[in-house]
Design a protein around this ligand. Structure first.
Ligand SMILES: Cc1cc2nc3c(=O)[nH]c(=O)nc-3n(C[C@H](O)[C@H](O)[C@H](O)COP(=O)(O)O)c2cc1C
Length: 216
């Protein structure tokens, strides 16, 4: 697959089928992920694949509680505003994200594969390139993915379920769900680069007028 196609169409693909991800595809995804950069090339990461129905069944209630907490906490104001004016583009986007994220929570156990990323760097900056590479590599296999950090709300419980050693400092940086999509791939909708970028000084125009996307 063309690298630009992967960059433009790797969306948060949460609605997936229960079809298992073949082991060779999993191997290619992680083999690509560990090519990612890390500060000083320390590669201070560990990865854990989770496909066990028993482990997923233990994680699911935690994930469901975490997502419910997001709707009543962190995202409450945005959701309330979106419900009050549901026809604006921002509201539609917010409500679509909520619906899709809730789907993942409701179907947590049916999703065939999860990847947990662990970092010894609390900020996690040295592992997110690898997590994103895993998502791009999955895209090249026709496999959808979505990153979530919601299990961080239940860090202790999650670590216990996954058997993360308590004598080492490994932070759970995030979880990526994987599966074959039920929907179609499309170009990610974002604010135009020109509206969120400057040149040589804060607030200075970046130098082009195009809105994008510039692919295909
Ligand atoms: C740091 C980070 C945390 C995220 N946390 C969650 C999450 O807890 N639950 C979820 O369903 N999606 C989560 N996402 C996925 C975003 O919601 C998604 O990337 C965004 O809505 C854009 O989706 P799109 O590419 O389909 O347009 C997270 C993404 C990032 C980068």
């Amino acid at each position: 697959m063309d690298v630009r196609e992967a960059l433009y169409t790797t969306r948060a693909m949460r609605r997936v089928t229960p079809e298992p991800i073949p082991m060779d595809a999993q191997e290619r995804i992680l083999d690509a992920a560990v090519r990612a950069p890390s500060g000083g090339n320390t590669q201070n990461w560990r990865f854990m694949l989770v496909d066990s129905p028993e482990v997923k069944a233990r994680l699911a209630p935690l994930y469901q509680q975490a997502i419910a907490g997001l709707w009543t906490g962190y995202y409450k104001d945005r959701i309330d505003s979106a419900l009050a004016a549901p026809d604006t583009p921002e509201s539609k986007s917010m409500l679509a994200v909520q619906k899709s994220a809730q789907w993942l929570a409701d179907h947590f156990e049916e999703v065939p594969l999860y990847l947990f990323g662990f970092s010894s760097d609390p900020g996690g900056s040295s592992i997110y390139p690898a997590m994103w590479s895993a998502q791009l590599a999955a895209r090249a296999e026709g496999i959808g993915s979505s990153l979530t950090q919601a299990l961080a709300f239940f860090d202790g419980e999650t670590r216990e379920i996954l058997g993360v050693p308590s004598d080492e400092t490994w932070y759970i940086a995030g979880t990526v769900s994987f599966g074959y999509p039920t929907g179609k791939w499309g170009v990610a909708q974002r604010q135009p680069a020109r509206d969120v970028s400057f040149r040589n000084g804060w607030g200075q125009p970046v130098g082009w007028d195009t809105e994008g996307p510039l692919w295909p």
